[in-house]
Design a protein around this ligand. Structure first.
Ligand code: UDX
Length: 460
């Protein structure tokens, strides 16, 4: 099929690359000329496993093209995907102005029947809004061209977006039109062979499904973080509790890992946007508000634990940080818990030596060159001579640590672990103070006290 994707951001690019790889002819349109020029040279603006190979292979095969020519884009696609950004506005609601701009562009150039697909995460009612805008522009042109607008939300995880696209759990299409259903079935047929994963539903239900899925997953995480915090007060180990509850198939093992709070481009933004829309429609979303506030509080946990371990003395100290990205296998720093930590350390007068396998450039872009941030070449360099080590992201390479080396090379043998990577007993046996998430704090308070006493004796 001839397909067009407006927007070469994360979702647009993955969607385009994957659809071209199964044989569709895909035109990508973006208003950002430098981005298009880079893509035409095979430079991929984001890090996503497998994406670069797909883009290069399909561009070479002439199934995937990049341009700023929106008139060409509208002509090219039988199906036109809108996959532009919907950033959060100050009040939490989604800013749909880029979606509106694409709708206006389609209205300006459309000459024959098209299926228009909202792929971006947009508020409920957006398909109707896009329909109305295209119609308004057509009316102003004095033209009457047939088209349909449907919703087809994405459920891609960063770090496995290509894989998620190729093997979807479900393909949701919000439409009441048989013509749209047939077109979307043809488009997704290569991913939909063994059993029919394409679910059609009302357009508003499809739009809400996307928000509900993310809000549900965020709720699971905040719930676990809440229980982890309770476990600390009660001296219970959350990792044992996690296994205990996950074994119940009604609960399941997925998305119940306690940690430093969820981040990324979706959960924080979507939970807030759904809550805002609920408020605006006269419903008090008590649970969603709590999911958000529990998460905000959780992001402060690492600094709180660090302060506890260092007896509140952060000023003038250097803290090693392993992992900056909001999760492994991505360079994305959006709403990453590491940022709350770094900013708290700086506010308290401390400095940071950090290492992340992928997001060093991103970190540099966000914070620039500054004296209180050293971006180390590797994990050891970050840790060497630091006053304590904090782990923010569960990259594979941090899962195995040389505790003996750390004890000798950290100025204070302290590990604050926001991802529960290690067996607490093992770390403690190696002579390190280990503060993780929800792992029996009663034990730890005693450890911390004796450790602080020992340090004071050494200093004296
Ligand atoms: C998410 C959804 O999973 C995806 O379906 C949607 O389309 C976009 O948002 P993503 O943001 O890439 O994807 O990351 P995900 O792997 O879902 O993790 C989100 C955050 O939750 C991360 O910060 C992660 O560390 C955290 N998390 C996840 C936990 O703290 N505990 C868990 O058990 C799982």
């Amino acid at each position: 099929m001839q397909l067009t994707i407006f927007g070469t951001g994360y979702v647009g690019l993955v969607t385009a690359a994957c659809l071209s790889d199964v044989g569709h002819n895909v035109a990508c349109i973006d208003i950002d000329a430098s981005r298009i020029a880079a893509l035409n040279e095979g430079k991929i603006p984001i890090y996503e496993p497998g994406l670069k190979e797909l883009v290069i292979r399909n561009a070479e095969a002439k199934r995937l093209s990049f341009s700023t020519d929106s008139a060409h884009g509208v002509r090219h696609g039988e199906i036109i995907f809108i996959a532009v950004g919907t950033p959060a506005m100050e009040d939490g609601s989604a800013d749909v102005r880029y979606v509106q701009a694409v709708a206006d562009t389609i209205g300006k150039h459309i000459e024959s029947y098209k299926v228009i697909v909202n792929k971006s995460t947009v508020p409920v009612g957006s398909a109707e809004m896009v329909d109305a805008r295209i119609r308004a522009v057509l009316n102003a042109r004095g033209s009457n061209v047939e088209f349909d607008v449907c919703s087809n939300p994405e459920f891609l995880k960063e770090g496995s977006a290509v894989e998620d696209f190729m093997r979807p759990a479900r393909i949701i299409v919000g439409t009441s039109s048989q013509r749209v259903r047939e077109a979307m079935q043809e488009c997704y047929a290569p991913y939909n062979r063994n059993h029919d994963k394409l679910m059609t539903m009302d357009v508003r239900a499809a739009e809400l499904t996307k928000y509900a899925a993310n809000a549900m997953l965020a709720t699971k995480i905040s719930f676990m973080n809440e229980i982890a915090n309770i476990a600390e007060h009660l001296g219970a180990d959350i990792e044992q509790v996690r296994r205990g509850i996950g074994s119940d198939p009604r609960i399941g093992y997925h998305f119940i890992y306690p940690g430093a709070g969820y981040g990324g481009s979706c959960f924080p933004k979507d939970v807030r946007a759904l809550a805002k829309v609920a408020h605006d429609h006269g419903h008090q979303p008590e649970l969603l508000d709590a999911v958000e506030s529990v998460n905000e509080r959780q992001k402060d946990q690492l600094f709180a634990k660090l302060s506890l371990a260092l007896d509140g003395e952060i000023k003038g100290r250097r803290i090693a940080v392993w992992g900056l990205a909001f999760k492994p296998n991505t360079d994305d720093m959006r709403e990453a818990p590491s940022r709350a930590l770094l900013e708290s350390i700086w506010a308290a007068g401390g400095t940071v030596s950090a290492f992340d396998p992928e997001s060093m450039d991103e970190t540099r872009k966000i914070y620039g060159e500054r004296a209180d941030l050293v971006l180390a070449k590797n994990a050891d360099e970050a840790a060497k001579g630091a006053d304590a080590l904090v782990i923010c992201t569960e990259w594979k390479q941090f899962r195995v640590a040389d505790f003996e080396w750390l004890r000798q090379n950290l100025r204070n043998p302290i590990i604050v672990d926001g991802r529960n990577l290690y067996d607490p007993e093992r770390v403690r046996q190696q002579g390190l103070l280990y503060l993780a998430i929800g792992r029996g704090d009663s034990l730890r308070q005693a450890d911390v006290k004796s450790m602080q006493a020992e340090r004071k004796r050494n200093v004296a």
